[in-house]
Design a binder for this molecule. Sequence first.
Ligand SMILES: Cc1cc2nc3c(=O)[nH]c(=O)nc-3n(C[C@H](O)[C@H](O)[C@H](O)COP(=O)(O)OP(=O)(O)OC[C@H]3O[C@@H](n4cnc5c(N)ncnc54)[C@H](O)[C@@H]3O)c2cc1C
Ligand code: FES
Length: 282
Amino acid sequence: MGIKLRHFEPSKVSYLSLPARIESVQKLTRAETLYRIQLCDGRPLGHQPGQFVQVSLFGVGEAPISITSSPTQTPGFELCVRRVGSVTGALARLSEGATLGIRGPFGSGFPVQQLTGRNLVLVAGGLGLAPLRSLINYVLDKRPDFGEVHVVYGTRSPDDILFQRDIISWSTSDIVRFHLTVDIAPVGWRGNVGVVTTLFPRLTVDPDNTSAVIVGPPVMYKFVVRELLEMGVSADQMFLSLERRMKCGLGKCGHCQINQVYVCQEGPCFCYADLADLPEAI
Ligand SMILES: Cc1cc2nc3c(=O)[nH]c(=O)nc-3n(C[C@H](O)[C@H](O)[C@H](O)COP(=O)(O)OP(=O)(O)OC[C@H]3O[C@@H](n4cnc5c(N)ncnc54)[C@H](O)[C@@H]3O)c2cc1C
Ligand code: FES
């Protein structure tokens, strides 16, 4: 099958960093913060679930960050950022009212049209819940368009659980089945302990009409894909998001390149069946 390369002509707008304002800041964990952002011209960002933006801070640099809010929840948008280095560290020092630059949205996003009408297994590991949350909340806002929906989330410890407000709402809702696990738990934790695949025996889905979307650390993909294949989910109904170092986001610099594929353009979301030609990808 293979990845069909798109011929992408970046518009001038893709090079431009648009001024945007931080509307709210919410600390999620020790390292991750949620920002609600609004473009200064008042327009919605116009993104699809799974796309990302380049966040630029004047005098510091740029970093690619996934859009974590659903396009159904506009005009602003949300980013969940883990503090790891210069750009994300400088961002962590900003507060409500600060301005920053936004380029994008970039990338292919999740194949929402292809997922419509199907049962969904949405699997996130760690910070992978940030891009997946955009799709989860999109699906919940368009609930009649989808079949049974399972959200499976694994993280290191209870202290690392992201989006606790959303999780309370997902786990008490009867329109989505939410499954949570942690790798290590303190005394008193009453939930599941183990890697994310330990939750798979609980998933009761008809594999013939099921699609899966997986976002997490690279090590997770191999094991999750194996479980899904064993459940009978077809390789061309599994979609995963690859993270690579990125600079331009425009298919120009080659930082994100795997063979002939620019992840910033053709991805970051790929169909698993298409990745057979790209063994270096996962
Ligand atoms: C498509 C895409 C979507 C992303 N979405 C998110 C998101 O939603 N939230 C979020 O917090 N982060 C996300 N990231 C990762 C984020 O871009 C990096 O953490 C960020 O660029 C680091 O920039 P910095 O200047 O703070 O760190 P730097 O000072 O550049 O580096 C600090 C440390 O982070 C490492 N690092 C830098 N870039 C990456 C990277 N791309 N992957 C792994 N390690 C890296 C460096 O090797 C170094 O050890 C995403 C990356 C991509 C490619
Ligand atoms: S980030 Fe420059 S080519 Fe993809």
